[in-house]
Design a protein around this ligand. Structure first.
Ligand code: DX5
Ligand code: ZN
Length: 221
């Protein structure tokens, strides 16, 4: 089953609990929280405080995407705040194995993310240790950017590698420019988790927007 993870980046922060509840009403499976540090990416967003607020608003798994340098310093805080999934960027972690082991020891599910320019092959040796790979389909930093279709070849290659290694339980997540137009191709390539920010929160009805993405998956590509 494909999971849909609305990204709070595009939500109205004055009504966070309500917008999370509306996502849930539309059939959202996870809630995605984007943490940006102003160094690794040219934007600053939220930290453990908002993860903790989201935790009190929903029972859905919280999928926390750390777009930050030296994330090791904050892993424990994010897990205590209620993160179920904690994803770090390969580009920020020289000791990636240690970092993902630490996430697991803290009691969360570890994920690793790659930017559009980072080859998925750089992850081959970490695959047995992670529960999720996040293939960015835009350059991280902002919501509302255009989907980069070339990134889907990485999803295809990753899905093939995971199958070859018998690692079929590892989730493949895509993030950036996902909407009802792009979601079917991402799933066809092998994505199992779809992050969507502006497509869910930036216009119209939040439940309808989540459902529109879900319905798009029934259409053959
Ligand atoms: C981008 C973030 C995304 C962002 C996606 O750096 O990682 O999660 O919210 O936004 P959309 O879906 O609008 O591209
Ligand atoms: Zn994200």
């Amino acid at each position: 089953m494909t999971r849909i993870a609305p990204s709070l980046l595009s939500a109205d922060f004055t009504r966070l609990a309500e917008q999370i509840a509306q996502s849930e009403a539309g059939g959202a499976d996870w809630i995605h929280v984007d943490v940006m540090d102003g160094h690794f990416v040219p934007n600053i967003t939220v930290g453990p405080l908002v993860v903790e607020a989201a935790r009190r608003s929903t029972k859905l798994p919280l999928d926390v995407h750390l777009m930050m340098e030296d994330p090791d310093r904050f892993l424990a805080q994010f897990v205590s705040a209620g993160a179920n999934w904690l994803t770090v960027h390969q580009e920020t972690c020289p000791h990636l194995h240690r970092t993902v082991q630490q996430i697991r020891e803290l009691g969360a599910r570890p994920g690793v993310a790659i930017n559009p320019a980072t080859p998925v092959e750089t992850l081959i040796d970490i695959l047995p240790f992670v529960d999720l790979v996040l293939v960015m389909t835009v350059n991280p930093g902002f919501g509302g950017q255009s989907f980069i279709p070339e990134c889907l070849s990485k999803v295809t290659r990753l899905a093939r590698r995971l199958a070859e290694h018998g690692l079929t339980g590892v989730e493949i997540e895509v993030d950036g420019g996902i909407d009802s137009q792009t979601a079917p191709a991402a799933v066809a390539a092998g994505a199992s988790v779809l992050v969507a920010g502006s497509a869910v929160f930036s216009h119209g009805s939040i439940p309808d927007n989540v459902q529109a993405i879900r319905r798009s998956l029934a259409v053959e590509v």
